[in-house]
Design a protein around this ligand. Sequence first.
Ligand code: UDP
Length: 239
Amino acid sequence: MVKQSLIFDGNEKRVYSTDDPATVIFHFKDVATAFNNVKTAYFPEKGIVNNKISAYIFDYLQRNGIHTHYIATLNEREQLCRKSENIPLEVVVRNYIAGSLADRLAIEEGTKPSTVIYDLNYNNTELGDPLINDTQAVALGIVSFDDLKYIYDTAHKVNSLLLELFTPLKIKLVDFKLEFGRDTDGTIMLIDEISPDTSRFWDADTDKRLDKDRFRHDLGYIVASYKEVLDRLMSRENK
Ligand code: UDP
């Protein structure tokens, strides 16, 4: 497998083609963005830490029956992934209220809702990734109702698996964002990344934020906190 040309240069990641039309290479940068790219900063090594965390989580999910784009880690910043046709939706799974939902409904951050909440957003930066509902997503031609059923079932399974992964590590899985795409056979798979950039991880004892909220709210120690998540995941391997 040989790396070829840059096909997408995002804020936090780059995607390269390879000599195999069924695969791409994901490259994790050291840039952080927030509030729909209004706030941007550079954090040395963030990309290395996120590449490791996301690869660990995708490998874990795949070993537990979730179809994902992840194939292998190539080096400290890059992973080989199945090529996908991206579905322009973001599914946010919330075990606790935080962030935009806490603001929008005026509910205190950290409140546990009586049921897990699933939000659907239209992945469209120009529009600010607005919330949409299932019928809007189908009407826009983005997905079918069967696709949505598969996506929600997968999000539910991923949440159960991530709770099993993080709870013993004393990390509260507050919320996280998932993206989906279609592989070359048209089958829906989990894509993108799962990391402290796309999730809220709180220390279970102290509620210390171990995620991008440290950047959003200028709490400092961003990469150190991401490393804490990585160290706890790695500690599973030494048991
Ligand atoms: N999230 C993300 N990308 C986005 C929007 C949200 O990865 O474009 C993640 C975010 O990091 C958090 C969860 O999804 O873990 C829920 O975010 P929320 O809707 O509360 O929005 P935010 O607080 O980021 O505005």
